[in-house]
Design a protein around this ligand. Structure first.
Ligand code: ATP
Ligand code: MG
Length: 569
């Protein structure tokens, strides 16, 4: 490929609409162009990167034994209603109607297609296990499309689905995919962690997220600097604090705290730390009151509470709930709760004593409230939202909270889709049995952006050679020098012959422009052929990742470029 004919007009300025480095650089480097919010055209350079990522994923999927299929994007709404996802996806689902008024959706993922597909054709236990995958564009009307390719409304995904006879088989298929995923992200050159995610209330099964570490990431995870703990922030459990030991129990005394309806205001008035206050957060679980007790400096992790009561829905108390039960919002104390309230306390509460808490009266608190004597707790459990600096449950070191971009997510689904879609196979004994399924997603366009987030500098992108649009660029620095042209063409031809993915920058541009573009676009290796070098019998080489420059004799320039490429990340 020659840059003179390549559709790639780079931009000198940072586009105003782009907030994060990957968006800025993918626009500036002429990889993508916007069409509308969350929808982009891939230019030739961008498409080359996507195709390379696609190639890696296809190889790993094929090696894992999964078979490629291609499912449609326009789908009938019926099956989406059958699984309840027509409603569950809500406005995120792109909905449309055909000329006959039939409802359809644009596929955001394809369980509703693949499940009947497999059930229709592979309906004997002898056909199982089977895994299929596709690499196809997905459509989601995201509430906030942003950050370029990181959160689009149209994005490229590899989605795979496994079908097994039993749970054991499903676990085995899952393990195979887990390995394939590691290889995919390793080969794409991403720095990532694999975190067991919260099973959630809907999915319910084991699932792991592959998180590419990045400052701009929207997803948080918890990690111990010693490397012995890694968890989803929703699921993370801090080590329970040591009990304070034998304390002299103070009497419980009611005090005036005028206008202090928040922890911060009580701290201010009493001069006691928030960690010594007992916060009582009220929830409604299917019509019954639930009190969650946590130290005043902690927040209740509602996901943990939801999981505990699942499938009963849990919501925070509204003003009417407080009134109905005669509770004073902002001044609830654990000693004045309704008799039928379920009282749950975080483990951290077990270690404390002499709490300051609400007095169940307006503008009043109590001091010296103690478990057992003044109030009772129905059970101790893990309720708090983890925060930076919490002790590691393994070693006690302060935990860190880091940001990441979720590039892959794998799930053990069990019969979540096979049950509502009545997808069964015939077992050896003749009975109809539901498939045990798994689903496995990777965002290709998101990998592309995540790779840029992880690998860029002031000058531009630093692609890993496995997904770079071209591995080597031959920069013809003086296009008006006949000998330089001849040498550049010769080196370009030799590199192509030797199987290198190479671009010749033969544009009628100043050398400075070509160097800046080479750095911006981020080819791993640059070979510079200039007038002065040619006269001296040399070419200049540059490794983009380190900026290291070297020289090689003209005659062996291609070999030198290949050697340098071998050292590129
Ligand atoms: P998120 O929490 O980021 O919205 P998700 O849980 O909705 O992700 P999945 O349904 O598991 O994502 O989709 C599988 C993969 O598809 C994700 O891991 C991600 O790589 C990619 N993906 C999901 N939504 C988008 C999007 N809007 N833009 C680009 N890639 C996406
Ligand atoms: Mg989503």
């Amino acid at each position: 490929m020659r840059a003179s004919t390549l559709f790639a007009r780079t931009l000198r300025e940072d586009p105003a609409e782009a907030e994060v480095p990957s968006h800025v650089l993918l626009l500036r480097g002429a990889f993508i162009r916007p069409v509308m919010s969350g929808v982009f055209t891939a230019l030739p350079l961008g498409l080359r990167v996507l195709r390379k990522i696609e190639g890696i994923i296809r190889e790993e999927m094929d090696a894992s034994g999964a078979q490629e299929v291609r499912m449609p994007i326009v789908l009938p709404a019926e099956s989406w209603r059958a699984t309840g996802r027509y409603e569950a996806y809500g406005d995120t689902l792109f909905k449309l109607r055909d000329r006959h008024g039939r409802e359809m959706v644009l596929g955001p993922t394809q369980e509703e297609v693949v499940t009947p597909l497999v059930a229709g054709d592979l309906s004997s236990y002898r056909d199982l296990p089977v895994s299929v995958y596709q690499i196809e564009w997905k459509y989601r009307d995201e509430y906030r499309p942003r950050f370029g390719l990181l959160r689009g409304r149209e994005f490229l995904m590899k989605d795979a689905y496994s079908f097994d006879r039993d749970e054991e088989g499903m676990h085995a298929s899952y393990a195979v995919m887990m390995d394939a995923y590691r290889r995919i992200f390793d080969r794409c050159g991403l720095t990532y962690v694999v975190v067991e995610a919260d099973p959630g209330t809907i999915g319910g099964g084991t699932n792991h997220e592959f998180m590419a570490i990045a400052e701009v990431g929207e997803d948080l995870y918890v990690t111990c600097p010693n490397g012995d703990y890694l968890a989803d922030t929703e699921a993370a459990t801090p080590r329970a604090p040591e009990p304070v030991g034998e304390l002299d129990l103070e009497p419980m005394v009611e005090i005036d705290t005028p206008g202090a309806g928040t922890i911060a205001e009580v701290v201010e008035q009493l001069g006691r730390p928030a960690s010594r206050m007992l916060k009582v957060v009220m929830f409604d679980a299917g019509g019954s009151p639930v009190a969650a007790l946590v130290p005043g400096d902690r927040e209740v992790n509602e996901v943990k509470l939801e999981r505990r009561f699942f499938p009963t829905p849990v919501r925070r108390f509204e003003d009417g709930d407080f009134e109905r039960l005669g509770l004073v919002k902002g001044f609830v104390g654990p000693h004045g709760l309704p008799a039928d309230a379920v009282v749950l306390a975080d483990h951290a509460v077990a270690g404390g004593a002499n709490w300051v808490t609400g007095a169940n009266a307006h503008d009043r608190h109590v001091t010296g409230a103690n478990v057992g004597r003044d109030f009772s707790v129905g059970g101790y459990t893990d309720l708090v939202q983890i925060v930076e600096g919490d002790p590691c449950p393994e070693c006690g070191e302060p935990l860190r909270i880091e940001r990441s971009i979720v590039v892959g997510h794998i799930f053990e689904l069990g019969t979540k889709y096979s049950a509502p879609l009545a997808a069964t196979f015939v077992e050896e004994d003749g009975t109809d049995v539901l498939y045990q399924m798994g689903c496995y997603g990777v965002g290709l366009s998101r990998i592309m952006a995540a790779a840029v987030e992880q690998r860029h500098d002031e000058q531009g992108i630093v692609w890993s050679k496995t997904i770079a649009p071209f591995e080597v660029v031959v920069v013809l620095a003086n296009a008006d020098d006949d000998r330089a042209v001849v040498e550049a063409e010769r080196i370009y031809a030799e590199l192509r012959e030797r199987g290198v993915d190479v671009l010749l920058d033969d544009r009628d541009e100043r050398a400075g422009v070509k160097f800046a573009d080479a750095d911006l676009i981020g080819y791993p290796v640059q070979v510079v052929v200039g007038k002065r070098g040619v006269e001296a019998g040399t070419v200049d080489l540059k490794l983009r990742s380190t900026g290291e420059r070297s020289q090689a004799p003209l005659a062996v320039a291609a070999t030198a470029a290949l050697d340098l490429l071998a050292t590129a990340p």
